[in-house]
Ligand binder design. Structure first.
Ligand SMILES: [Zn+2]
Length: 339
C-alpha cells in the first residue's frame, strides 16, 4: 500500500525526545535551480510514551486559521509536559499558503484531492505521498484545520466522515465533542476519497477536519476555536493535563452534532451569474425557502433566478464570492445529527 520510497528528504528524527523544528524538502527542479527544493515547515514534539497525533493547517492556501493556530502551538507546547508525540505541519501546501490560493501554484492541483499521492508525480502528489506513507503510519489521530476559503464562509465547525464501524464512529464523535467547535458535522461525503482525512481513515487513524472561517479572511472566533480545539484534543487523549473546555460563546456547554446525509443538503447554481445569498452561516432555513438570487447584470431583460434550499436545517456553508459558474455550490445545509 503506497510504500514506494518518498523523494522528500529531511533531518527530523521522529523518535528523538524533546522538540524539533525543521523542514521537509520537496525536490522541485526549475530553470536556474536544478536541485531546488520547496521547504515545508514541520515540528515534532516527543514526550515519551503516549498517543501520537498529527495537526495540520494550510492544506488549502486561502484558509488562514489553521496555519496561525498550528504554528502558535509549535511555539508554546512544552515537550516536558507532554505524554506522547505531536507532529505539527502548519502550512502543508506552502506554495498555496504563500499565494493565498486554494490551488497549488506549482502544479495547479488541489492538495486535498491528491491522496494517497505519487512519489513520481507533481509537487502536491509527491508531498501527499510523503504524508500518507511516512507521517500517517506514525500517528493514531489526525486533526486537519480548514476554513471555507475565498468562496464561502462556514458555520464554525469540526467535521467527520460517517463510518459503518460503530466503535470508530463513537470514538470520532467523542474526539469532535472534545475539540469543542460550535458544531460538528457528520457527513456522508461528496468527492471525499482523495482527501487527507480519507487517507488517514484508510490507515486506521482517527480523523476529524474543521471549517473555521472563510470569505478569504482570518476569523477571530475561528482562530480561538482552533487553538482551544487542538489543546482540547491533547487533553482528551491525556497527552497534557486538564479537561477539554467546550463552553460555547452562547453559553451552551457543548458542541451541537449535525449531519449532511445526501446531496439534498447542497444548493447548486443553475447558471453562470452573480449570486446574492440571503442567509449567514448558522441561519435556520426550510426546504423550498429562497437561498438567494442569481443575477445577470449584463442583460436588462433577464430577471434574476430565485434559487431555493432543498432541505430543512441550518446553513453550514454560505457563499460570498459573487460570481459563480453553473454547477457551483452556493450553499450547504446541515441538519441535527440523527445517529
Ligand atoms: Zn480547505
Amino acid at each position: 500500500m503506497n510504500e514506494a520510497k518518498s523523494r522528500v528528504f529531511h533531518e527530523i528524527d521522529f523518535d528523538k525526545p524533546g522538540r524539533q523544528v525543521g523542514y521537509l524538502r520537496v525536490p522541485q527542479s526549475r530553470d536556474g535551480g536544478a536541485w531546488a527544493t520547496i521547504e515545508i515547515p514541520i515540528a515534532v514534539f516527543n514526550g515519551g510514551p503516549g498517543p501520537a497525533v498529527l495537526f495540520t493547517g494550510g492544506v488549502h492556501g486561502d484558509e488562514y486559521e489553521g496555519p496561525i493556530a498550528v504554528s502558535r502551538l509549535a511555539r508554546r507546547l512544552d515537550p516536558g509536559a507532554l505524554r506522547g508525540k505531536v507532529i505539527l505541519m502548519p502550512a502543508l501546501d506552502l506554495p498555496a499558503a504563500m499565494a493565498g490560493r486554494r490551488m497549488c501554484p506549482v502544479d495547479g492541483r488541489d492538495f486535498n484531492r491528491c491522496f494517497p499521492g505519487d512519489p513520481k508525480g507533481s509537487f502536491c502528489q509527491v508531498l501527499a505521498h510523503f504524508v500518507d506513507s511516512v507521517i500517517l503510519p506514525q500517528v493514531e489521530v489526525s486533526v486537519d484545520v480548514h476554513a471555507a476559503g475565498n468562496a464561502m464562509e462556514a458555520a464554525l465547525s469540526s467535521n467527520m466522515h460517517h463510518s459503518q464501524d460503530a466503535g470508530l464512529l463513537a470514538r470520532t464523535i467523542a474526539m469532535a465533542s472534545a475539540f469543542g467547535a460550535p458544531y460538528n458535522v457528520v457527513f456522508w461525503g461528496v468527492d471525499e476519497t482523495a482527501t487527507l482525512a480519507a487517507a488517514a481513515e484508510a490507515r486506521g487513524v482517527l480523523a476529524i477536519a474543521c471549517e473555521l472561517g472563510g470569505y478569504g479572511r482570518v476569523s477571530v472566533d475561528g482562530v480561538r476555536i482552533a487553538e482551544r480545539g487542538l489543546d482540547n484534543v491533547l487533553r482528551h487523549f491525556g497527552m497534557i493535563d486538564g479537561r477539554p473546555d467546550t463552553t460555547q460563546a452562547d453559553g451552551s456547554p457543548a458542541t451541537k452534532h449535525m449531519e449532511v446525509r445526501d446531496q439534498r443538503g447542497y444548493v447548486f447554481a443553475p447558471s453562470e451569474g452573480l449570486f446574492e445569498p440571503l442567509h449567514l452561516p448558522g441561519a435556520p432555513v426550510a426546504e423550498g425557502e429562497l437561498a438567494g438570487y442569481l443575477h445577470f447584470v449584463e442583460e436588462w431583460e433577464r430577471e434574476p433566478i430565485p434559487v431555493k434550499f432543498r432541505s430543512d436545517g441550518y446553513v453550514w456553508m454560505a457563499p460570498g464570492q459573487g460570481r459563480v459558474k453553473k454547477g457551483d455550490v452556493v450553499g450547504v445545509v446541515m441538519r441535527p445529527y440523527a445517529g
